[in-house]
Design a protein around this ligand. Structure first.
Ligand code: FE
Ligand code: FE
Length: 199
């Protein structure tokens, strides 16, 4: 067999991986709403902008930008449920980001953002009332409120505070028509994180 027709997979450079993420954000699936009032891409860009405004660390800004990538990096066959998207999008997204070479400082927060909701629901009744309709509907599919033992264990996980902070931006980043910096404005941040972990 002609080996040239089966090239060994090339590792992406940080720049290529960043451009892949940017292209994904511009793809039709990222323009979908998954039942929310704003498209996925707007939700992600608003969350990242809120993180920047709060002077969050670069890793937190990237986690805010990428937290829901699991909804649109996977095909529809990967468990997307009408109206709530991919229920385990935290794990799907984390796996995707790990494959691209992002740092654990980013991935860990993305991976914990659904657990942060389950935590807050268990610890703060008012929080539950403030969730959007989609977030409330998806909660059951995501395991519901944490038990008090689960919540105590979650408090001991790495970047616990960051996971809760992302949740605040996540819940706020649903404003129709809000002006946001385009995804290209995050290319430098994306490349910097990818360069650090691939070096
Ligand atoms: Fe999410
Ligand atoms: Fe979200």
């Amino acid at each position: 067999m002609d080996s040239s027709s089966h090239p060994t997979p090339q590792l992406r450079s940080p720049e290529q991986a960043a451009d892949e993420v940017i292209a994904l954000f511009k793809s039709p699936i990222a323009q979908g709403n998954h039942g929310e009032v704003v498209p996925q891409i707007d939700h992600a860009l608003q969350a990242a902008q809120l993180a920047r405004k709060a002077n969050a660390r670069d890793g937190e800004v990237l986690a805010a930008l990428l937290h829901d990538v699991g909804h649109f990096c996977a095909s529809d066959e990967n468990g997307s449920v009408e109206g709530i998207g991919v229920a385990d999008h935290d794990d799907v997204g984390a796996g995707y980001l790990r494959g691209l070479g992002f740092s654990e400082a980013v991935i860990d927060i993305v991976e914990g953002h659904v657990d942060a909701k389950r935590y807050l629901v268990s610890r703060d009744e008012r929080y539950t009332g403030r969730l959007s309709g989609v977030s409330t509907r998806s909660l059951e599919a995501q395991g519901g409120a944490m038990t008090s033992e689960e919540a105590t264990n979650f408090e001991k996980t790495t970047r616990f505070e960051e996971k809760l902070r992302l949740r605040v931006w996540d819940d706020q980043a649903k404003v129709p028509g809000a002006l946001v910096e385009p995804i290209e404005g995050y290319r430098g941040l994306l490349v910097r994180d990818l360069s650090r972990t691939s070096a």
